[in-house]
Design a protein around this ligand. Structure first.
Ligand SMILES: Cc1cc2nc3c(=O)[nH]c(=O)nc-3n(C[C@H](O)[C@H](O)[C@H](O)COP(=O)(O)OP(=O)(O)OC[C@H]3O[C@@H](n4cnc5c(N)ncnc54)[C@H](O)[C@@H]3O)c2cc1C
Length: 392
């Protein structure tokens, strides 16, 4: 069959590779002139790295990544460890794939390099999608019309396809912003930071992990705010991040102080949809289920969508596409929607004010870690759930 994928982000690239692996011919259309992924770090849980393994990309991705032995949750004011969850060898043995942290560009490049050049149309903006019983068609900004048996709209949080399919709805501001920075790891070596940690405080949390084989430290400092632009390139005012985190543990302030260029990213989400597909056209990734990044699962869910899509369409004929897309959405929607809610709840828990509620949270997390060893969200990486969602 012939498929068109709109958008060459992590979701669209993985969908292209999964559909090709299922034996289909794919045209990938991207509005930018070059394959680029802006942003800095990304965490990839075993549900995502298992899909990379299936696409024969795990080794190349892992070669640029760091495999943290654990994630440490800490209190904001003095860094007391609330609990730690295992992410290293034990998690890999348990879930059949590693937990990786890496630079987004390294992941994006590995995916893009695996897509054959003739399948790609860069510098091409899709301005419309239509369909009839037999085929689906995209219209580009220069008036070209391209037909296929199905169209996958992986066009991100600002998805126009979502509006064409389901009517106008806007991205929703989460009232949080992330200060993001990358520092050479050797500039913070004296602080003795672990490979991956989350520091929790009133109305804020602070995340750091090493990427690029440990050479760089990726920093994400999240705080509540009334307004912020959704942009990977909007710069913070000088010292703004320090003022936001005033009074935090000196190690946090040291990192924020030493960060050179700091970006301020307004975090937006999309409301859950009751369905993602109509006929021969479907949404995938952030266009379907953009979420706050507090479980580090947005891209992982897009990767899972892509794996299930390829799987569901493996034996489908052109006539069977609408039914196959129904099955894809049935297999993915509840999990991705659940992760949207889970991520939002995590934000509320991370940001509790000091006092009995925060103490209760800390005690709960410590008890859970002692009993289960792995993060609560690891139940969604479990082999059973994955086999059901992404059978090979
Ligand atoms: C601060 C932050 C930290 C995060 N950390 C993590 C993490 O640790 N782990 C994780 O799993 N997720 C994380 N996420 C979430 C993750 O970044 C997103 O869920 C993921 O990148 C979405 O991928 P996508 O392919 O769906 O969309 P996008 O990456 O937005 O790609 C959409 C693509 O479509 C193209 N496009 C759009 N419209 C058109 C058009 N009309 N015609 C042609 N092309 C078009 C765009 O140019 C773009 O290339 C984080 C997000 C944020 C904001």
């Amino acid at each position: 069959m012939r498929a068109i994928v709109v958008g060459a982000g992590i979701g669209g690239l993985t969908a292209t590779l999964s559909l090709r692996r299922a034996g289909h011919e794919v045209t990938l259309i991207e509005q930018t002139a070059r394959f680029t992924d802006i942003g800095a770090g990304i965490q990839l849980a075993p549900n995502a790295t298992r899909v990379l393994h299936r696409l024969d990309l795990l080794d190349v991705v892992a070669a640029q990544a760091v495999r943290p032995s654990h994630v440490s949750f800490r209190t904001w004011s003095d860094g007391t460890e609330i609990c730690r969850y295992l992410l290293g060898r034990e998690a890999e043995d348990e879930f059949g794939a590693p937990y990786l942290v890496l630079h987004r560009a390294d992941l994006h490049q590995a995916l893009a390099a695996a897509v054959p050049t003739p399948s790609v149309r860069l510098n091409t903006v899709v301005v419309g999608i239509d369909q009839d019983d037999e085929s689906a068609c995209v219209t580009t900004a220069n008036g070209e019309r391209l037909g296929a048996d199905l169209v996958v709209a992986a066009d991100g949080i600002r998805s126009a396809a979502r509006q064409w399919l389901f009517g106008a709805d806007e991205a929703v501001f989460s009232k949080t912003a992330a200060y993001r920075a990358l520092l050479p790891s050797n500039e913070v070596a004296d602080l003795g930071l672990p490979d991956l940690a989350l520091w929790l405080g009133p109305g804020r949390h602070f995340v750091h992990y090493r990427v690029r084989r440990g050479k760089l430290l990726n920093v994400v400092a999240v705080c509540g705010t009334e307004a912020a632009q959704e942009s990977w390139t909007a710069r913070a005012e000088p010292g703004e991040q320090l003022r936001e985190f005033d009074g935090w543990d000196p190690r946090v302030l040291n990192v924020l102080e030493r960060a050179g260029q700091v970006f301020r990213y307004g975090i937006y989400t999309r409301a859950p949809l009751p369905r993602w597909n109509i006929g021969r056209v479907t949404l995938l990734g952030d266009s379907a289920h953009a979420m706050v990044p507090f479980q580090a699962q947005g891209a992982a869910q897009a990767i899972m969508d892509a794996a299930v899509l390829g799987d569901t369409l493996a034996d489908a004929t052109p006539a069977e596409v609408p039914a196959a897309l129904d099955r894809y959405v049935r297999r993915r929607l509840a999990t991705a929607t659940g992760m949207q809610a889970r991520s939002a709840r995590a934000g509320e828990e991370f940001h509790l004010p000091d006092g009995p509620e925060a103490q209760e949270r800390n005690a709960r997390m410590a008890a859970y870690a002692a009993e289960n060893r792995f993060l609560p969200q690891a139940t969604t990486w479990a082999a059973d759930a994955l086999d059901e969602q992404t059978p090979s």
